[in-house]
Design a protein around this ligand. Structure first.
Ligand SMILES: Nc1ncnc2c1ncn2[C@@H]1O[C@H](COP(=O)(O)OP(=O)(O)OP(=O)(O)O)[C@@H](O)[C@H]1O
Ligand SMILES: [Mg+2]
Length: 369
């Protein structure tokens, strides 16, 4: 069976392609099969909300819906309430809500003028030096009537992929139009933003989301979608997501679409990752210096066809939560790290992974339990 297969009712008319719906309606307990048609000012245009990825359907619209990074979000809320927002850079790992936050900020500040007063450019747009010189400048020069104290907003998403040249061209533009336009940049790596731009912006940093924060959102979505799940299924989704909400929602949706029930076995099948319980058992065998049993599990994982990088990443994640003496855990992590480097460099054989098990057994033998 194709695991992505979904039972979809056919859209009733071809014009439904332009129906604009509020993705959050589904979560308020209304019949989300046929969501109500709402105003044109909303940004998400969809065919049918069942076709919609949950990451878009449940993209927070307001600051209060954004999970985690409370302090930074609160700071932005303050900025938005006084209206005069400085140029900002939000930096942080993928899938933690940077783009979402900037869109929410723009929506709060500009309301119904969102369409004409926001220019959004991301990595899929051409953002070379010419775009900065022409498109951004043109937009900055355009006259838009806004409430007093409000500014046009230029969103530069994934700004770390802009070339140095384009960033250099931006520095003067930012200053020249500062009385009418604000810049909001999002990036994964703030080092790739030139210092001159960093100094013109307020830097906000997002961290990875905690397991509890991801779980909160998953429970919300499960309730809204009436998903059949068991707690260990959601824990597995949290484990696979590693602090990335986008990944968590995608994994939840894939598992639900594929199996119509979310439990840990299904989640690890969909995510195609070694089951952490198996990996945990293998590591505990190493703690007991039982190399034969540990190797049996490793050989089994190898036979299942998992990529060595996936296996070693999983071993690392599991080892972090292993209930063993802290000093032994640190030594384990060190050995795992060394093998991870070798695997990344190309020495990715079963022998390499088995060597790790032998090393872990030796380390365990030399450490007092
Ligand atoms: N803090 C959050 N609270 C609730 N949902 C979130 C949060 N962060 C991410 N999401 C969900 O994940 C999706 C992707 O988030 P977003 O596009 O904001 O990530 P990002 O931080 O910009 O990642 P990237 O660096 O890859 O661009 C959102 O549509 C939303 O559904
Ligand atoms: Mg983004």
């Amino acid at each position: 069976m194709d695991i992505m297969e979904v039972d979809l009712p056919k859209p009733s008319t071809s014009t439904s392609a332009s129906v604009v719906t509020d993705p959050m309606e589904g979560s308020s307990g209304t019949n989300n099969r046929f969501p109500p048609v709402t105003s044109q000012s909303q940004t998400i245009t969809i065919k049918n909300d069942l076709n919609m990825p949950w990451i878009e359907k449940y993209r927070p619209k307001t600051f209060s819906d954004i999970v985690g990074n409370e302090e930074t979000v609160m700071r932005l809320e303050k900025f938005s309430s006084c209206g005069n927002v400085p140029n900002i850079i939000i930096a942080g790992p993928p899938g933690v809500g940077k783009t979402t936050t900037i869109l929410a900020l723009a929506r709060i500040l500009l309301g119904s003028s969102f369409k004409e007063a926001v220019l959004e450019l991301n990595a899929s747009n051409d953002r070379g030096i010419d775009t900065v010189r022409n498109k951004i400048k043109m937009f900055a020069q355009q006259k838009v009537t806004l409430p007093p104290g409000r500014h046009k907003i230029i969103i530069l998403d994934e700004a770390d992929s802009m070339t140095d040249g384009a960033q250099q061209a931006l520095r003067r533009t930012m200053e020249l139009w500062s009385n009418t336009t604000r810049f909001a940049l999002a990036c994964n790596n703030s080092d790739k933003i030139i210092e001159a731009i960093q100094s013109r912006c307020a830097m906000l940093r997002y961290g990875k989301l905690s397991d509890e924060e991801i779980m909160t959102q998953l429970l919300r979505v499960c309730k809204a979608e009436k998903i059949s799940y068991v707690p260990d299924g959601l824990e597995a989704v949290v484990f696979t997501a590693q602090g990335d909400m986008r990944q968590a929602l995608n994994n939840l949706q894939s598992t639900w679409n594929g199996f119509r029930h979310v439990d840990s076995t299904n989640v690890f099948k969909v995510c195609d990752e070694p089951h952490p319980l198996l990996v945990k058992e293998m590591l505990l065998e190493c703690v007991d210096q039982n190399i034969c049993k540990a190797y049996k599990i490793m050989a089994h994982l190898w036979k299942l066809g998992y990529a060595p990088e996936d296996i070693i990443t999983n071993i690392f994640r599991v080892s972090k939560h292993l209930e063993i003496k802290e000093s032994l855990k640190l030594k384990f992590v060190q050995e795992i790290g060394m093998v991870h480097i070798r695997i990344v460099e190309g020495m990715n054989s079963l022998l390499q992974l088995s060597g790790l098990l032998a090393k872990l057994c030796t380390v365990a033998a030399m450490t007092e339990k």
